[in-house]
Design a protein around this ligand. Sequence first.
Ligand code: ZN
Ligand code: ZN
Length: 360
Amino acid sequence: MGDRVLAALLYGQEDLRLEQVPDPTPAEGEVVIRVAAATTCGTDLKVWRRGGHAKMLKPPTLFGHEVAGEIVALGHGVRGWRMGDRVVANNSAPCLDCFFCHKQEYSLCSNLIFNNGTFAEYLKIPAAIVQQNLLPIPADLPAAWAAMTEPLACVLHGVDRSNVKAGDRVVVIGDGAIGLMFVAVLAAGNGQWRSQAGSPFNQRPSEIFLFGGSDQRLTIGQHLGASQIFNHRQIDDMPTLVEALTDSWGADIVIEATGVPSVWETAVACARPGATVNLFGGCPRNSHITVNTELLHYSELTLKGVFHNTPHHVRQALALIASGTIALEQLISADQPLSQLEQVFQDMKARKVIKVSIQP
Ligand SMILES: [Zn+2]
Ligand SMILES: [Zn+2]
């Protein structure tokens, strides 16, 4: 390693710059990894377009959060890891000591620390993440696949909270990487990996209806297990169509994965009485939705917000990827060097690519 290394910094709205930054040195309990693959994600696109993130980062800041790499420096007191170990590092870790952590609601941790900066040659991993959310990658698993552990962990968390039962009819709204991962996980049902990873979720829905805006992405959704796919541009009214698909009841489970307030309202309108609506896509700050109180009450709807992941789901996600049960590599549209990062974000904005693996 030299004195200075290349990293992407986010300065504001659509203002991403590649700069030479000081070579990261690990403090006590920290490790530094050489980035092998950093996958882009819808959250990165949102953060780039909005110029920040309420919980995760404030510019100017190192940028990117899905990563796999190789340990190149160990801080004082780090045990159990060696130079050259291939690892995946989650972008956060709970403190294990706050009000929420004591209730095992780790995604709500008051002191959740976030690590950003995967779009770089090297990345420093904070001690809390080293302790709780740094995992070894099986030897034969490509780094780019392992890098998708973080978003998949969020999706597994989302599925666990969605109360899916065998035979349910599920609507997934959104054909971004997250919506497509929901389809893949739901369709995989109670595969072998679940019992290995100890998941309480083991029910496969009978039908998965995927709604999106890109025929190409919807086709991938079909390969991943969607029973039927619909381009919302060719539909007059989504709730009416869902009604027709479900003997006029509405969906048992609705998963919203777009982060658009009006789509949250559409998601609620697609639900049958007694349904669970998982409002998974994070909306812009200070946005609101309107919910009909009569509908919410008399139809006994459960509106569930689900945020981020937990250490349990991080482990489960890597195990699922390593099992080869779901073909997540279909979500990686291209491999690109760090120098192409700006173009990659322009391509994501134009929806030309789903995820890109940045390999510095
Ligand atoms: Zn992500
Ligand atoms: Zn905590």
